[in-house]
Write a protein that binds this ligand. Structure first.
Ligand code: BTN
Length: 245
């Protein structure tokens, strides 16, 4: 899957690049990876019905990906995209000491959110697509959220052009999505585990309306998180819980 040479649709303003991708898919068949990027989003979408504040200077990008691998491996897509985004950020912030991936796919710098990913799938009998929406706080970070945020500019100390960020993201996505195609699924989860936030540490989280405290014990081969709560391991998939941090 050649993402590096994929077409790019560049918009000044849109509600959400993910929503624009969905509209485009309803209109026409897309057979090669296609990026939709926007300078700003008026209704940026986050995971779990949250908003993604999207003012100018940050990266808002959605990749329409015709799925060429077995859809039973779809949970690993989230793992691969997180690793690609992590690698892209590391290209700019060479020292990755404080960089972590908060399961399933937030990139944190020193516990402050630097990037978020929203993957929406469109599955049919004909062709399957994934819309991979990636937001990276490049030059600014929104404030007044329920968690702290950070930007590449604030951790590197200089303004960054968005073009090389998208180029690097495409290179890294090529690499990591290629690993799904070549069946290196367990390697992906192992690499992810090395970068996982608060592994073997106590966390507080919400699952539905219930609040829990437990210790993250592993990320398994299906990309579920396993948490030890009162000496019982509970497994969650990505839609099910949100951490307090
Ligand atoms: C999250 O952490 O809650 C996910 C945030 C995803 C934001 C990106 S920005 C580009 C794409 N378009 C959207 O509306 N959302 C995603």
């Amino acid at each position: 899957m050649d993402i590096k040479n994929g077409e790019i649709i560049n918009l000044k303003q849109v509600d959400s690049t993910n929503s624009e991708a969905q509209r485009l898919l309803r209109k026409k068949k897309i057979s090669t990876p296609l990026w939709i990027i926007a300078d700003e989003q008026t209704s940026g979408k986050g995971r779990g019905e949250k908003k993604w504040i999207s003012s100018k200077g940050n990266l808002f990008a959605s990749l329409i990906l015709p799925i060429s691998f077995d859809i039973k491996n779809l949970p690993i897509l989230s793992c691969a995209v997180s690793l690609a985004t992590f690698e892209c950020i590391k290209y700019f912030k060479k020292d990755d000491h404080f960089l972590k991936i908060k399961w399933p796919n937030d990139i944190l710098f020193n516990d402050s959110k630097l990037s978020g990913i929203l993957i929406e799938n469109s599955l049919s009998t004909d062709l399957n697509y994934s819309i991979i929406g990636i937001g990276i706080n490049v030059n600014s970070s929104p404030s007044k959220l329920d968690h702290s945020t950070s930007s590449l500019k604030s951790i590197i100390g200089e303004e960054i052009d968005l073009k090389p960020v998208l180029t690097q993201l495409s290179i890294s996505l090529d690499k990591y999505l290629g690993k799904i195609e070549s069946g290196e699924l367990e390697d992906l989860v192992s690499e992810y585990t090395l970068k996982a936030w608060r592994l073997n540490e106590e966390v507080q989280f919400l699952a539905g309306k219930d609040s829990y405290i437990g210790t993250i014990s592993s990320i398994n081969k299906n990309f579920e998180i396993e948490i030890n709560i009162n000496n019982k391991i509970k497994r969650f998939n990505s839609g099910e819980l949100s951490f307090k941090y």
